[in-house]
Ligand binder design. Sequence first.
Ligand code: NAD
Length: 481
Amino acid sequence: MSNPVPITVAHGDGIGPEIMDATLTILREAGAALSIEPIEIGEAVYKRGLTAGIEPSAWESLRRTKVFLKAPITTPQGGGFKSLNVTVRKTLGLYANVRPCVAYAPYVDTKHPGMDLVIVRENEEDVYGGIEHQQTPEVVQCLKLITQPGSEKIVRYAFEYAVRNKRKKVTCFTKDNIMKMTDGLFHKTFDEVGAEYPDIEKEHWIVDIGAAKMADTPTAFDVIVMPNLYGDILSDVAAQIAGSVGLAGSANIGEQCAMFEAIHGSAPRRAGQNLANPSGLLLGGVMMLVHINQAGVAARVHNAWLRTIEDGIHTYDIFQEGVSKQKVGTREFARAVCDRLGKLPEKLKAVNYTAVPSDKIKSWTRKPRPTKETIGIDVFLDWTPGAPDELAAQLQKLQTDGLPLTMITNRGTKVWPDGMPETFCTDHWRCRFRSKSGGPVPHSELSALLSRIAAAGLDFIKTENLCKFDGKESYSRGQGE
Ligand code: NAD
């Protein structure tokens, strides 16, 4: 047996300890070489007043072992508690969330026999920065940040995953017909990185129709890569329509650390009764074994598990009269899997993992910095709804010849010049001042403009600079402009 690999393990809350014991029993009996370091996370830690749900000392273990097998936890009701998952993901830089969604027909009831897709979700960016502000009495804002490095890392991960797992196609979902810059960057990165993988089929869908197609015909997809929010929603949809929310595991992968878990929660009502299905966490554990280069053991566990499912040995949540053979508890299920170690499924497709060290993923490289010119500014005002022409008249008194007011929008729609009286307006106005020549404007001129706006008694709530990168204007136009 190879040297034991240190891993950090959290037994979690609710059904967590039972499914973790079952999982570790199977991994051990399968011959996984693991040295386990337990840490405490979850409800008890939250209740001790640590709002992140994790003891500061636990980070030491996580940062040293770099591998985290985590059972679900209970997040206490009420405000003030931070999501432990989000904290761990962002602190350890776990940028890729990988969730295989597989149907096990006819042994587990499903709407889509044959479904076998993997959602690769960007895990750190998008609106999950949680940068939100109330700007006016009527308007709140959440900042959606998509970065070039973040997009490149996740898209590359999806293609590398496809190559290693002998997948044929990678699909990208975005909404870049509307968000041309943010989702547009993600899509463009997909096209650029995808070109390096000529043997993998590539396609892009607008997320709305793509999601509809996925829910209707999931067999049309193989690997799907998405920005964070779409991935969060659609990975749950995909797991649910596979018919196996209780069976799905997931991996959160970073450049240095990784976390593996079941996708379900702590199911507190089922806790302590030897009822829970340990399969989701076990399949998370299988992904962990592949990650730590114990691919042979991973396949041994996964195939024994498939054989158990196929033999009709089922926990209550997937038990079906006439299909299942035996209803078992958590411990008995684990025993049944252990008894089948070394066997392959006869009807379901057996798995075969190849050991490819995770550090072989080509790393991200920073692109050369483009030239940048600031050519104007969008000044956002809190202004009691009134006639846009009236606001424009006030602002035109504050403009200069070189930096005139060129447009006012409300919720993104142009209301001046030549607005339509039908357009609904709130108290949140974007006022665009753009260099007349299209050439650069010094920051001192922008701050002088802001000083004049303040002196005129207008309430500016934020500004965005209008920039050209490598000579290309890089901001959105107003709707109707
Ligand atoms: P849940 O996934 O815990 O349970 C929903 C239902 O699914 C349960 O009532 C149970 O009937 C069933 N179920 C789930 N897992 C099962 C299993 N392994 N075997 C058998 N049946 C299973 O979702 P919930 O009830 O919304 O959340 C309960 C708690 O879990 C909450 O505190 C929530 O915050 C937390 N949660 C934690 C995680 C995590 O740690 N990753 C994820 C989701 C929810």
